[in-house]
Ligand binder design. Structure first.
Ligand code: NDP
Length: 257
């Protein structure tokens, strides 16, 4: 029998990259999937991939920074499937890069905090009320290597948002551990996706320099490698893992910068 047969997984930012790979992995293990993201066309392509695999999926257009969207996202999942077992709070943006702290605009600061941080809190707020108390529910929040160490590329707003995701995750794990709803975070290193795309003009050299410095394995991660860890954290194999931050970074966190 498949690991997540009859279970329901909600993935924010499921329209591309790590979220898409995670949705596919959950579906392969038998979970019913809800994809929440802003782009309808991309989300529907992921839904189609899952249906083509013989799985079950639907998408709901969601901006995780908007309270009413997040509430509707969870309600739609309950309406569709009648339960919520796993929530992957993965939606995020990069925000300003190569920008020293004093040059970050207030608008940029507010945007990244409302998506990367408030979006995770709002998602948990509504997901937690929908999750059962059978002891099997789990949440994984997607932080970053820059949530565990300083950004060295003028990426302070992003780094601050991802540090905060870890604080929020650990505190929520303490709040809900007695049910238990297990709540963990992953901290991916540089992973190929729309956010980290070395094929963008001028990007290859910059990313290669970062990879040489950051990854002991001297390569980018693949979205599937992050997805595998997320799926494991939700599985019964991780039944005593709560409030942890799992690095998936080829060894980046063995280095200070
Ligand atoms: P992508 O850009 O491919 O994915 C980002 C996802 O977030 C998209 O599906 C996007 O969908 C969604 N999203 C962005 N803003 C919103 C919003 N306001 N509401 C709902 N969905 C939103 O990049 P990744 O897959 O790499 O990123 C996924 C997560 O992984 C992010 O949180 C990122 O910070 C984190 N991460 C990535 C790393 C990397 O190297 N790639 C390293 C460490 C962490 P849409 O545009 O359709 O809304």
């Amino acid at each position: 029998m498949k690991m997540f047969a009859g279970k329901v997984a909600l993935i924010t930012g499921g329209s591309s990259g790590i979220g898409e790979a995670t949705a596919i992995q959950f579906a392969k293990e038998g979970a019913n999937i809800a994809i929440a993201a802003r782009r309808t066309k991309e989300s529907e392509l992921v839904v189609k991939r899952i249906l083509d695999l013989g799985g079950n999926a639907f998408s709901i257009k969601t901006d995780v920074s908007l309270s009413q969207d997040v509430e509707a996202m969870v309600d739609a999942t309950l309406n569709q499937y009648g339960q919520l077992d796993y929530a992957i709070n993965n939606a995020g943006i990069a925000g300003p890069r190569c920008t020293p702290v004093a040059d970050i605009s207030e608008e940029q600061w507010d945007e990244i905090m409302s998506i990367n941080l408030k979006g995770v809190w709002l998602s948990m707020k509504h997901e937690l009320r929908a999750m059962g108390n059978n002891g099997e529910a789990a949440i994984v929040n997607v932080s970053s290597i820059y949530g565990t160490k300083p950004s060295d590329i003028g990426h302070a707003a992003y780094s601050a948002s991802k540090h905060a995701v870890i604080g929020l995750t650990k505190s929520a794990a303490a709040d809900y551990g007695n049910i238990p709803i297990r709540i963990n975070a992953v901290a991916p290193g540089f992973t190929l996706s729309e956010m980290v795309n070395p094929d963008r003009p001028g990007a290859a050299e910059r990313y290669q320099a970062l990879i040489s410095r950051h990854s002991s394995m001297n390569r980018f991660g693949k979205a599937e490698e992050v997805a595998n860890a997320i799926v494991w954290l939700c599985s019964k194999n991780a039944s005593y893992v709560n409030g942890s931050v799992l690095s998936i970074d080829g060894g980046s966190t063995t280095r200070l910068y």
